[in-house]
Each structure stands twice: as structure tokens, then as C-alpha cells.
Design a protein around this ligand. Structure first.
Ligand code: ADP
Length: 293
């Protein structure tokens, strides 16, 4: 059971204003969590809920939203607090009325995402682990991008796949890919603040047409990993890519790295959902291995 009055009490404490909401309005559309809008007159908060054992997932989401908001580049929901109410963990954040995402919005998203990527750290990774979907995402800091990517992204998902029973050709191809990784990742990216899970479902316009991104899996990494993911399930539209490249051109060789970066997400989908993602992952690996000869 969700203890809404306990959640409202924590929202009041965190916001410093009295908060006495009416019945929560459930919101659909999320992949992992239940969500609701809690409203008291003009004060509205967007609240995501999961089992109390998942509190750390929301704490990491809080940190991710706060980190992106601090860059003052692209709109994200401002996080307010997280905690537990009854048997549920929750995160409360700014409620943003979401509208469509027309061409002008996507163009601004490209420009503003590039601005967010200008926010860099000394090392790759992050100060904490988080999740990608509901899969753990390790973020141990590392000064070397290639090593970080091999161990904590590709290698981690391949091991998970092996534990989930996906062996054979997938693992054989995966091992060869890890051996060849130096040839595939032969550029020197800066550790940029990434959204980390930037598919179309985590992007929208607000009711004024400002781009908004939400539901992050932040870490410092190659900015191309974010751009690659926007292309994975449909793409953000040509104006987005034109604006991104005008603000900060992608390095030569992006098209090949894009496949490598998106392989991480396809392997994650294999581990989460099974099915045809195994074949898709193998085809991506074949393309990458062919590219290095
Ligand atoms: P999940 O973690 O379950 O994938 P999301 O964070 O993607 O959930 O949120 C589910 C849906 O709720 C989104 O697709 C979006 O339409 C809406 N949404 C997300 N954040 C907000 C917000 N801060 N204000 C208003 N609506 C939001």
C-alpha cells in the first residue's frame, strides 16, 4: 500500500510549504514505475513509485536530475525529494505539463543537449551506480573511456547475458568485439554529462514548446553515446541532428561508434525482455566486426 499522506508530509517538508493534496491522479506511460500527479490547488508534484526496496534507484534518479538541472542547459524536472511512504519508495519532482515535440522543439533540443554535454568531469563514470531500465548500471570512475566502456557497459551486459543463458554465437562475437575495441573506439572523447537513456520516450516538449528530457541514467561519458541512443528507436528528426552538429560537430567515425554504443542498449533489452533482441545484437556485432576487418 502507498501511504500518500506520508508522501505529502515529506513533500511539504522538502518544499517548505504546506501541502494537502486531493486524491492522486495516476499517470500511465512509464516503463518501470507507477506514477501519479499529486495536486493541492496550484501546487502540483509528479511522483514515481516502486517497491520500497528500490529507493536507491530513485535516489540515483534524483542525483541525475539534479546534475542535469545544474547545467542550466535543457529543461529537466527539478527533483524535490525521495523516500518511502508505506511499502513504496517514491521520488517527487516538478510536474511539467508535457505537449508535443515539433520541429522547433527538436532543433532546440539538439542545441541544448550539446550545451549539457559541455559540462564535463575529470573522469568517466559517476559518483554512484544507477540503473538502465531496471538493470543495474555500474559507474566506477575511470580515466580511460575504452576501459570504462569495455568493463562497465559492453562487458557487464555480456556477462549478464551469459548468466541469463544467452551463450554461443552471441558470446563468441562479443568476446571478439571486446578484443577489437581499440580499433572501434579510436577517438578521445571528453567525459561529458550524459542523460544516459535518451530514447524518444524520455523526451518531450513542455506546453510552451521548450524541450524537456527526463528519466535519466546519468554518468560522464562520450557524448556520442547519448546522440546514438536518440537514433535507436525512431530518431529525433533531422532538425535535432542539424542543430546538435551546428553547436558541437560529432567526430568522424561516429556512424560506426553509434552501432557500438547502441549495442549496449540492445543487450540490455535482451537481458530485460529476451526475444528477438539476441538476433539484433548479433547482427550489430557482425557489422562492427566487419568494419574492423
Ligand atoms: P518510468 O521510470 O516508469 O519509465 P517516466 O519517468 O518515463 O517513467 O515517466 C512516465 C511518463 O510520465 C513519461 O513518459 C512522461 O509522459 C510523464 N512524465 C515524466 N516525468 C514527468 C514530469 N516531471 N511531469 C509530468 N509528466 C512527466
Amino acid at each position: 500500500m502507498t501511504d500518500w499522506s506520508e508522501i505529502a508530509t515529506q513533500i511539504a517538508a522538502a518544499s517548505g510549504e504546506p501541502f494537502d493534496p486531493k486524491q492522486p491522479r495516476q499517470v500511465g506511460g512509464g516503463c518501470i514505475n507507477a506514477a501519479a500527479v499529486l495536486a493541492d490547488g496550484d501546487r502540483r508534484w509528479f511522483v514515481k513509485l516502486n517497491d520500497a526496496s528500490r529507493l536507491d534507484m530513485f535516489e540515483a534518479e534524483y542525483d541525475g536530475l539534479a546534475a542535469m538541472a545544474a547545467t542550466d542547459s535543457i529543461r529537466v524536472p527539478r527533483p524535490l525529494c525521495c523516500g518511502t511512504g508505506g511499502r513504496q519508495a517514491f521520488i517527487a519532482m516538478e510536474y511539467i505539463p508535457l505537449g508535443g515535440s515539433g520541429g522547433a522543439t527538436t532543433a532546440r533540443a539538439g542545441e541544448e543537449l550539446a550545451a549539457m554535454h559541455r559540462s564535463t568531469a575529470d573522469t568517466f563514470g559517476w559518483h554512484r551506480d544507477n540503473t538502465i531500465g531496471s538493470t543495474p548500471q555500474p559507474n566506477q570512475r575511470d580515466a580511460h573511456w575504452v576501459r570504462f566502456w569495455c568493463e562497465h557497459r559492453l562487458g557487464f551486459q555480456l556477462e549478464l547475458a551469459a548468466r541469463n543463458g544467452y551463450g554461443g554465437r552471441l558470446q563468441e562475437r562479443g568476446a571478439r568485439l571486446l578484443e577489437q575495441i581499440g580499433a572501434l573506439l579510436d577517438h578521445a572523447p571528453a567525459p561529458s554529462l550524459l542523460h544516459g537513456d535518451l530514447w524518444g520516450g524520455n523526451f518531450s516538449g513542455d506546453d510552451q514548446g521548450n524541450p524537456v528530457i527526463f528519466d535519466p541514467a546519468c554518468y560522464y561519458g562520450d557524448r556520442e553515446a547519448d546522440v546514438a541512443m536518440t537514433e535507436l528507436f525512431g530518431g529525433f528528426g533531422s532538425r535535432f541532428y542539424a542543430a546538435y552538429n551546428a553547436a558541437w560537430p560529432l567526430d568522424a567515425g561516429y556512424e560506426t561508434r553509434k552501432t557500438l554504443y547502441n549495442l549496449y542498449h540492445i543487450l540490455n533489452h535482451l537481458n530485460l525482455f529476451g526475444g528477438g533482441y539476441g538476433g539484433q545484437a548479433e547482427r550489430m556485432m557482425d557489422r562492427l566486426l566487419a568494419a574492423v576487418g
